[in-house]
Design a protein. Structure first.
Ligand code: GLA
Length: 387
């Protein structure tokens, strides 16, 4: 829905006129390389997409927040007086969780009506939740003149997801969504939040996002299980020398001391994290040198490590990647996000895009019985006020 129609929709839902509506936008994100490194204080390299969540907000002069969306039927109305309580799995607990964080900072609210409209496929690993959180955080910060900077809003949104929603995610998604910039990818050190916006120069190529259309079933519990395995690896390796995070160990050093990790499974989890962290550094060097072939090889190596050592891919993601790699002109293809379903990202020669979409769709359908979806990604800006 375009903005004009969204405003009409807003006026209809809340029986009001279009005056005084504020409009905000927050993108989705795709991670190019550096998977499951963020909660190990490692490096990631995501970028913001040019599609995401639009939010219209207006003061309602009542002591309530009302939430509606063009994407789902569920709506909610709550008192602006806390406590805010999560009582289900509906989408509006994401903005409510963000409001809860502002409340904990001592901000007193006035009543607001919200209309969200998203064009990020849900559960596809393109950060639809971080997008909703960040657009809400940005809007509340603006409307109530709270004065937090973007990085504080990122941290606040991550906290909302960890504490209110109960998903123990790292900081990559909210950071990429908040601080993304057109035509740039974000080289982020998740340990200290130092970052660099790196021009994403992929001349003659495009990033194609392919959606497995497999819902991420047990994803959250598996995600938390991986986090615990990393903690166990840290504990085991700390017998040699105390560390706080796996990414403090170089890959060369890991090869010397990895037998301190007693479980072979946990050893493989650590191997992924430590090797992936190095791959991010190598990928940035390759991109800056214009070596897209090497960048693609590192994307491939990342997927293979996530499949063999971290075991978060699954048949759908592996099939999409295998089919993609058969197409001439594909420099690299890997899963993106948490895994267990969701999307892949592939670096593809512009002349091969049609063939890619046609052939990968056929091969994937034949082997899985599922219909994939494809988006040619454009890199967009981070969270902002539109009007
Ligand atoms: C999800 C989480 C992120 C990150 C990725 C894996 O997207 O929200 O914090 O851990 O998985 O790289």
């Amino acid at each position: 829905m375009d903005l004009q129609n969204l405003k009409k929709e807003f006026a209809k839902i809340y029986s009001t006129d279009e005056s005084g509506i504020k409009v905000y936008f927050s993108p989705g994100r795709v991670n190019l390389i550096g998977e499951h490194t963020d909660y190990n204080a490692g490096y990631v390299f995501p970028c913001a997409l040019n599609f995401g969540t639009t939010l219209l907000v207006k003061e309602n002069r009542k002591d309530i927040f009302r939430f509606a969306t063009t994407n789902f039927e569920h709506t909610a109305e709550i008192s602006i007086k806390p406590p805010f309580v999560k009582a289900g799995k509906e989408w509006y607990y994401y903005p409510m969780g963000v409001a809860d964080q502002f409340n904990k900072m001592g901000i007193s609210f006035r009543g607001l009506d919200f209309l969200f409209s998203g064009d990020i496929p849900n559960g596809a690993g393109l950060s639809s939740s971080a997008s909703i959180e960040m657009v809400t955080a940005y809007a509340l910060n603006d409307i109530f003149s709270v004065g937090e900077d973007m990085i504080s809003l990122v941290k606040l949104s991550q906290k909302a997801e960890n504490q209110f929603i109960g998903v123990n995610c790292g900081i990559m998604d909210q950071f990429a969504v908040g601080l993304g910039a057109k035509s740039k990818a974000i080289f982020l050190n998740c340990g200290n939040l130092d970052y660099e916006l790196v021009p994403l120069v992929i001349t003659g190529h495009k990033l194609i996002i392919s959606n497995t259309n497999k819902r991420r079933g047990l994803a959250d519990s598996k995600y938390n299980e991986r986090r615990s395995e990393c903690e166990l690896a840290v504990e085991n390796l700390s017998q040699v020398k105390k560390i706080n995070n796996l990414t403090e160990v170089s890959y060369a050093r890991f090869l010397e001391i990895n037998d301190m990790i007693t479980s072979p499974v946990v050893r493989r989890r650590a191997k992924h994290v430590i090797s992936e962290n190095q791959r991010v550094l190598d990928a940035i060097v390759a991109l800056k040198a214009g070596d897209l072939v090497l960048f693609g090889q590192l994307m491939n190596a990342s997927h293979d490590s996530l499949r063999n050592d971290y075991e978060v891919t699954g048949i759908e993601l592996d099939t999409l990647v295998e089919e993609a790699r058969k197409i001439p002109g594909v420099l690299g293809s890997r899963m993106t996000g948490a895994g267990f379903g969701g999307c892949t990202v592939s670096l593809v020669n512009e002349n091969s895009i049609d063939e890619f979409i046609e052939q990968v769709a056929i091969g994937y359908l034949e082997r899985t019985g599922l219909h994939a979806e494809f988006y040619v990604a454009e890199v967009g800006d981070g969270t902002k006020r539109v009007e």
